[in-house]
Ligand binder design. Structure first.
Ligand code: FAD
Ligand code: DHB
Length: 391
């Protein structure tokens, strides 16, 4: 089998890349180890930056997003029950974020690729990447019990944090930067109308909590927890009690309803450099992970893929390899800005245990007071949260 671009991973990065290339007449094949149903049911991110919505619109997959997505003009930050609304649009010249589930983005992309006859192989195994330092890379995989070979011009590693592509970059040229946080997030999806029209990030002495939403009937909520906690230790009653405690204010209460999805994710920061080697290009979580506090993981994946699609288009249409050569360096500028913002949001809103915990909490209080009293501080949060256009 042959294609121009072999794409490993059918998450948002891989599927969007395939669609953007298709619109430019560039052929790709996507290889995914999970089933289509599994990929589309995975509940993950929900906040899209305006730049992400623009890319999805350019990719011609924003029809449902435009009808069902919820544009937000503000976000709330809370400390010890005191709530501050940050007017995102007012502080950023009218920019917004849109709440629309990641699995809906993936579904829209998969439907669209299917309609256009795109080649996406689900439930493949044993994916391996060879010859990335030659002009004819080969991706081998097993599908329906037989071993197959995919010859290509370029390989896009969109296979997430646990994928295989990153390891195809030789150790001698690869550097990784990492921070593992001593906490995780317990996330639930609940069949109940959201209790607030806008998101609430709350720092409470018991730990962090986040109120988000998916629609007028679905709430999405998160709690800081021990990443090693077995999920059975968190029956629904305990989750609601903890959410009420951490999010409640004297004049505001959380609405409760049936929990329809529940999982625990560990928090980490991770970057691998460079993001390309020979004919292999990494995009999204295969190259970098951020703690979810800044709602950036999905948006960063889209920014990478948008750049990669442009670089490949320039290569195929104009014979220029400049975009491919500068891909890693250009992506990493945004990656590190987002690493910093995600770390900063995490530091400001989570409970840190340890010998300095009382000191840390005083610093968090001071940062919150500064946000409350300074437009400059609030603007820093706002412009990073809605997404910096020129990075
Ligand atoms: P992924 O979505 O991980 O897609 C990679 C795909 O590659 C997967 O479908 C995987 O099955 C496939 N794959 C892996 N290995 C192979 C292989 N060897 N062969 C073939 N296919 C392979 N971000 C937020 O902003 N907010 C959140 O609340 C949030 N929650 C998250 C919860 C979890 C459990 C995780 C893991 C991530 C979360 N994120 C969140 C981050 C966000 O979802 C990711 O940044 C986003 O999914 C990145 O997209 P991607 O396409 O790069 O990677
Ligand atoms: C959501 C997830 C996030 O990580 C975040 O910072 C805000 C919202 C969500 O799933 O809705």
């Amino acid at each position: 089998m042959r294609t121009q671009v072999a794409i490993v991973g059918a998450g948002p990065a891989g599927m969007l890349l395939s669609q953007l290339l298709h619109l430019q007449g560039i052929d790709s094949v996507v290889l995914e180890r999970r089933s289509r149903e599994y990929v589309q049911q995975r509940v993950r991110a929900g906040v899209l930056e305006q730049g992400t919505v623009d890319v999805l619109r350019d990719a011609d997959v924003a029809e449902r997003l435009e009808k069902q997505g919820h544009p937000h003009h503000g976000v709330n930050v809370q400390f010890d029950g005191e709530r501050l609304r940050i007017p995102l649009s007012e502080l950023t010249g009218g920019r917004t974020i849109t709440v629309y589930g990641q699995q809906e983005v993936v579904k829209d992309l998969a439907d669209r690729r299917e309609r256009d006859g795109g080649r996406v192989y689900y439930e493949v195994s044993d994916v391996s990447v060879d010859g990335i330092d030659t002009e004819q890379p080969v991706v081998r995989f097993t599908s329906d019990g037989s071993t197959r070979e995919l010859r290509c011009d370029y390989v896009a590693g969109c296979d997430g944090f646990h994928g295989v592509c990153r390891n195809a970059v030789p150790d001698s040229v690869r550097t990784t930067y990492e921070r593992v946080y001593p906490f995780g997030w317990l996330g639930i999806l609940a069949e109940v109308a959201p209790s607030s029209e806008e998101l609430i990030y709350s720092n409470h002495p018991n730990g962090f909590a986040l109120h988000s939403l998916r629609s007028s009937e679905l709430s999405r909520l998160y709690l800081q927890c021990d990443p090693r906690d077995p999920i059975e230790q968190w029956p629904d009653e305990r989750i609601w009690e903890e959410l009420q405690t951490r999010l409640g204010t004297p004049d505001w209460k959380l609405r409760e309803g049936p929990v329809i999805d529940k999982n625990i994710t560990a928090l980490r920061s991770f970057v691998t450099e460079p993001m390309s080697y020979g004919r292999l290009f990494l995009a999204g979580d295969s190259a970098h992970i951020v703690p979810p506090t800044g709602a950036k993981g999905l948006n960063l994946a889209v920014a990478d893929v948008d750049r990669l699609a442009r670089a490949l288009t320039d290569r195929y249409h104009n014979g220029s390899t400049t975009g491919l050569e500068t891909y890693s360096q250009e992506c990493l500028r945004r990656v590190w800005r987002v690493q910093h913002f995600s770390w900063w949001m995490t530091s400001m809103t989570h409970r840190f245990d340890g010998p300095d915990s009382a000191y840390d909490r005083r610093l968090q209080r001071s940062q919150f007071d500064y946000l409350c009293s300074s437009d400059a501080a609030a603007t820093t949060l706002a412009e990073n949260y809605v997404g910096l256009a020129a990075v």
